[in-house]
Design a protein around this ligand. Structure first.
Ligand SMILES: *Cc1c(COP(=O)(O)O)cnc(C)c1O
Length: 233
């Protein structure tokens, strides 16, 4: 029998040390950095261990998987993020399951979230996912259509747009993500310059296990970390 034990506590300690280091380097406050522990494919026992170690934001990318796990994973103050693509026919479940939906990328989806949230008397926190990667398979609204999507969604009564989410393309050298993160921050800043911070628009969600240091240097304040916490299965 092969026994595989992930040192979640050690991984979290090392992750926080790296965050502190990069924050020192670019003169930012580590306390302003939200870590979303990405728990897709991670068993419930390990999620509970991470929560035990102080994790209070978790991210899943499939409705069905989240449904099964969230029935067991409960904790005070736990924030649950949907970070994967959302189909309109699953919105009803998503608004019940998640505190944050990070993948709003069309007016139609936003409209459905607003309507389904209203049905259960909820104000749904969301991020708009913007596609900056040239890879064809990636979801997200194009930078050209971002302003229009923001303008429409920010008026929806049961949906609050709290910021933007980005994914960098797959690269061999993490430093190659820098121009994408920089463009992301410019798009984020442009919205704030034009509209201010209504509804608490201040989250810039970008950076994963391989590129979070670059993302933080380029202005990220929410990183989504899977493998650096839970190992690669
Ligand atoms: C899987 C995933 C992550 C985490 O990726 P790691 O490389 O394991 O840190 C972050 N964001 C999204 C949208 C993901 O699907």
């Amino acid at each position: 029998m092969e026994l595989h034990i992930t040192d979640i506590q050690g991984n979290l300690t090392r992750l926080k040390e790296r965050i502190t280091k990069v924050c020192e380097r670019c003169n930012r406050n580590p306390a302003e950095m939200t870590i979303v522990a990405v728990t897709k494919t991670v068993p419930v026992s390990e999620i509970l261990e991470a929560i035990n170690q102080g994790v209070n934001n978790i991210g899943e990318n499939r409705i069905q998987e989240a449904q099964n796990k969230f029935a067991v994973v409960e904790a005070n103050g736990l924030q649950r993020h949907l970070i994967g693509h959302l189909q309109t026919n699953k919105v009803k479940h998503a608004v019940r399951l998640f505190d944050f939906i990070q993948s709003v990328d069309s007016v139609e989806l936003a409209y459905t979230i607003d309507r389904k949230a209203r049905e259960i008397n909820k104000i749904q926190d969301c991020l708009i996912e913007v596609k900056i990667s040239p890879e064809p398979a990636k979801f997200g609204v194009t930078p050209e259509k971002l302003e229009q999507l923001y303008a429409v969604t920010s008026k929806m009564p049961n949906l609050q747009v709290k910021g933007l989410m980005f994914m960098a393309p797959m690269v061999t050298n993490p430093n190659d993500t820098r121009p994408f993160f920089r463009q992301a921050n410019q798009l984020f800043s442009a919205i704030i310059a034009k509209h201010g911070h209504p509804q608490g628009f201040k989250i810039l969600s970008m950076g994963m296990s391989d590129d979070f240091e670059i993302a933080i240097e380029e202005g990220s304040n929410m990183i989504r970390i899977g493998r650096a916490i839970f190992g690669s299965s």
